[in-house]
Design a protein. Structure first.
Length: 485
């Protein structure tokens, strides 16, 4: 399915000056993110807290690595969701089925005890979230033409919905966990996903008819071959775990290698496809630096769920007026700022129109700002407890960096995508998120009490250097991107 249409569909009701269908996608993504981040806010603590505290008693380093691996697997599974959308069902139907699978995963975490519930729940949520993420983005992209300057603003509004859910989810599940235990918190995540599914069912009819078509239908003669391929992949995964080739200890690094290999393969397949025109091929080449910059950004930003989660649990002063704030609530700070600032950024891009900075400049600034955020941890190292206000300031910088890259990255991906690979190009963008998220777990393993300053210098300094390089590459990228800003 092509992720863009010739018009912005001005007919009918609008949503803040945008196509009315954006409201339905805004709502379903808000509740899906409520469930996703509500669960993920508890995940690391559920893994490494002791059994007497209701957790599983895992080693903390291993738990953080697995959180990163799980996050990487979520975005890795966008490949499957995108392929099914482009070859079998179309984006609209895949999104609906994915939402059902996510809800089933949260129910497994809520009702199945121990490692069995953890394994089943995370697999279902990972597969479902991957299918939903790529296709929700494709559906938003379908509401705008390639040259429409309102596209970035539309994605910023959509992203605000994402973060309203990301704000409310950890607040509610964290409070429920503190009062009633982990499984009640996971149950709230399941209810949130059920609400999102209900809203989506009610508004499905308002989406463009084009999103129900299959861009590159799989011929019936080839389906048996693909069934055998998928069965072989599943068998290989089962054998890898059974023979202990892949273990919990090396799962994160294994997923990182798989993501890199999958990304290279995807780029090669798209670039060599006869269905891709010469101008579209230039767009794909232009997308490669954005992929690399995105992976580097998420490797730092997603440490909110690994290093920063553990840091907030042990090093952060969370006392407020005599009350000990749940550590999971720290993960709602970023969504608060997103909710406050997403509209500001959307209005800014709308007002500037064609005068706004090019996408490569926004990406470069994003890396520089998130690098500075990590460098800000250095003066806090000498303190026994980090003031909550300091963490708020660091997460504000991370939020600004996120708004400069994440919604912008989704928008530019839909604009650069070849017509025959619309959803699959979005899957490539999410593969960059997968790689970065997986690395956030791997990198968190290098943080210890004895190497804090070298760790922050390495993380922050590398991001700043990459950001400067991205800005410097703007003239070359402009030639490849043509009319795409």
């Amino acid at each position: 399915m092509s992720t863009v249409t010739p018009s912005t569909q001005k007919a009918g009701r609008t949503f803040f000056g945008h196509p009315g269908a954006l409201a339905n996608l805004f709502s379903v993504e808000m509740w899906e993110r409520f469930s996703f981040y509500g669960m993920q806010a508890l995940l690391a603590y559920y893994m490494y807290h002791s059994v007497t505290e209701g957790g599983l008693g895992m080693d903390q380093g291993l738990a953080l690595s697995l959180v990163g691996a799980y996050g990487g697997a979520v975005y890795l599974s966008t490949i499957l969701g995108a392929w099914i959308a482009d070859r079998l069902w179309g984006s609209e139907r895949v999104l609906f089925v994915s939402a059902v699978v996510i809800m089933a995963g949260h129910l497994a975490l809520a009702f199945l005890p121990g490692f069995l519930g953890l394994a089943i729940g995370l697999v279902l949520v990972a597969v479902g979230s991957g299918g939903l993420k790529a296709n929700a983005t494709a559906l938003v992209g379908s509401l705008y033409s390639r040259e429409d300057p309102k596209a970035d603003a539309g994605f910023s509004i959509f992203y605000m919905g994402v973060n309203i859910g990301g704000l409310l989810g950890p607040l509610l599940t964290g409070l429920l966990h503190k009062q009633y235990g982990f499984h009640v918190g996971f149950g709230a995540a399941a209810i949130g996903m059920a609400l999102g599914l209900g809203i989506y069912m009610f508004g499905r009819k308002n989406l463009p008819a084009s999103v129900r078509t299959v861009a590159n239908p799989l011929p019936a003669t080839e389906r048996k071959r693909y069934v055998l391929v998928f069965a072989g992949v599943i068998l290989a995964v089962v054998l890898a775990f059974s023979l202990k080739i892949v273990t919990p200890a090396n799962l994160a690094s294994t997923i990182a290698y798989v993501v890199i290999a999958a990304s290279v393969l995807y780029f090669v397949l798209i670039l060599r496809s006869p269905r891709v025109t010469a101008p579209e091929r230039k767009h794909v080449y232009a997308f490669i630096p954005f992929y690399i910059a995105s992976a580097a950004f998420w490797a730092l930003f997603q440490q909110q769920f690994t290093f920063i989660a553990a840091y907030s649990d042990a090093r952060l002063d969370r006392h407020l007026f005599g009350w000990d704030m749940p550590a999971s609530w720290v993960q709602s700070i970023n969504p608060v700022f997103i909710v406050l600032l997403a509209g500001v950024f959307a209005a800014l891009w709308t007002k500037l129109g064609t005068r706004q900075p090019r996408t490569s400049v926004k990406f470069g600034l994003s890396l520089i700002v998130v690098g500075i955020a990590f460098l800000c941890f250095i003066p806090l190292d000498s303190l026994a407890k980090t003031p909550l206000l300091a963490m708020v300031g660091i997460l504000l910088l991370c939020t600004i960096a996120e708004l400069l890259l994440s919604p912008i990255g989704q928008a530019v991906t839909t604009k650069l995508a070849p017509a025959a690979f619309g959803t699959q190009m979005i899957a490539l963008f999410f593969l960059s998120v997968s790689l970065g998220t997986t690395l956030s777990g791997v990198l968190a393993g290098y943080y210890t009490e004895g190497n804090e300053i070298p760790y922050f210098i390495a993380m922050g300094g590398t991001a700043v250097v990459l950001g400067v390089a991205m800005v410097a590459a703007t003239p070359a990228l402009k030639k490849l991107m043509g009319s795409v800003h």
